[in-house]
Design a protein around this ligand. Structure first.
Ligand SMILES: NC(=O)c1ccc[n+]([C@@H]2O[C@H](COP(=O)([O-])OP(=O)(O)OC[C@H]3O[C@@H](n4cnc5c(N)ncnc54)[C@H](O)[C@@H]3O)[C@@H](O)[C@H]2O)c1
Ligand SMILES: O=C(O)C(=O)C[C@@H](O)[C@H](O)[C@H](O)COP(=O)(O)O
Ligand SMILES: [Zn+2]
Length: 364
């Protein structure tokens, strides 16, 4: 098995951890060296449990393994569902030496990580991501949390996992809409920091949509490498890390407007990246040809290019006003100064932002 594994490290000194990528790892790879004590609590959901829970349990030989099965959906990324994790941990008498394991997509990952950050003031956790989006993005970097009706991911903590195990075979059961959602974050890395990867993606996107294993493995590896590098340089988003938010200021506004779960996170990010690219063009940073390339790639990935019907510029502005990147009430956005190079800026002409919002909102 070892020859099939591609390994990366998130370099964070004595909190550094491996990202292990390959086929056939679930049920085969021994994760017990990353477990703190003898107890393991696997947190998963009602969709993933019947598919992969048995295999995941086999990754912890010699440990006492319990599990919690949550309801499925972004709308359950909330306090009540988080509390079900604490209930399960206490009912099964898990101590501060327990290790939580997130088995599932980004929703399970973000909530399990947050539970691990809070339970008995902090316990270890491991990520076993099973969606493309969680394999390329949410399982790496230690951002954990839950949503609030007034804003995405508004309550949370930075808490790094001990290891990330990515079994690329688990993507075989993923619905096509979720594959496209994951591709949004993959495209993001090309746009913010890796022009050569973007060029490669333009040639590979059809194979990725079709879940072609070699293309997927390459996309996951490149994406995780990009994220690991950014996180190692700026773990707590003091500066550079904010580029990972390309398209998210618009995207989070769309998710909150549509009602959590009605638009997938990746879908909202896809449209958000098109809007951020449009604004970058209006700010004179990129060319109309660059915008056309981004729109074409987002479209070929199967992602929406426009916000939901009925969403107005005001709907965007009220939700973007609570974005975590804002400073002193001033909106800060991630824009592109070139394809493959992002910048975080508050220096945006209001008339350009208004023009982008009007251009994308049908009713404006
Ligand atoms: N922490 C971070 O850095 C970070 C980064 C990006 C996104 N996120 C968060 O991640 C969430 C989105 O994650 P997601 O796109 O994985 O959504 P998700 O967790 O809702 O999973 C998508 C769907 O796929 C199902 N599923 C999971 N694995 C499957 C498999 N192998 N086969 C079949 N079905 C499977 C899930 O049950 C769910 O229905 C959002 O809440 C977003 O805010 C966090
Ligand atoms: O890891 C990061 O940093 C990111 O911004 C990755 C994003 O893809 C992800 O959606 C993240 O959860 C957004 O974080 P937020 O702080 O904007 O809520
Ligand atoms: Zn995201």
């Amino acid at each position: 098995m070892a020859e099939n594994i591609r390994e990366l490290t998130v370099e964070l000194g004595d909190r550094s951890y491996p990202i292990l990528i390959g086929p056939g790892l679930l049920g085969e790879y021994d994760l017990s060296p990353y477990v703190t004590g003898s107890q393991v609590m696997i947190v998963t959901n009602e969709t993933v449990a019947p598919l992969y829970l048995e295999q995941a349990i086999r990754c912890f030989p010699g440990k006492v393994v319990d599990s919690i099965v949550l309801p499925d959906g972004e709308k359950f990324k909330d306090w009540q569902t988080l509390n079900r994790i604490f209930d399960g941990l206490l009912e099964q008498r898990h101590t501060r030496k327990t290790t939580l394991v997130a088995l599932g997509g980004g929703v399970v990952g973000d909530m399990t990580g947050f539970a691990a950050a809070c339970y008995q003031r902090g316990v270890s956790f491991i990520q076993i991501p099973t969606t493309l989006l969680s394999q390329v993005d949410s399982s790496v970097g230690g951002k954990t949390g839950i949503n609030h009706p007034l804003g995405k991911n508004m309550i949370g903590a930075f808490h790094q996992p001990r290891a990330v195990l990515i079994d690329t075979d688990s993507l075989r059961s993923l619905p096509p809409r979720e594959v496209s959602a994951g591709l949004a974050e993959v495209i993001k890395y090309g746009l913010i920091r890796a022009r050569d990867f973007l060029d490669w993606l333009e040639g590979a996107v059809d194979r990725l949509v079709a879940l072609e294993p070699e293309a997927l493995s390459e996309a996951i590896h490149r994406s995780c490498a990009c994220k690991a590098e950014v996180v190692a340089k700026d773990e707590r988003e003091g500066g550079l890390r904010a580029i990972l938010n390309l398209g998210h200021t618009f995207g989070h506004a769309i998710e909150a407007f549509a009602g959590y779960g009605n638009w997938l996170h990746g879908e909202a990010v896809g449209t958000g990246m098109v809007m951020a690219t449009d604004l970058s063009l209006r700010e004179g940073m990129i060319s109309s040809g660059d915008l056309e390339r981004v729109v074409a790639l987002v479209r070929r990935a199967g992602l929406p290019e426009r916000p939901p019907a009925g969403m107005t510029p005001d709907d965007f502005m009220t939700r973007m006003a609570v974005d975590k990147k804002n400073v002193d009430g001033q909106l800060r956005l991630v824009l592109l100064k070139a394809l493959g190079a992002a910048v975080v800026t508050a220096d945006i002409r209001p008339e350009n932002l208004a023009a982008t919002l009007s251009a994308f909102c049908e009713d404006a």
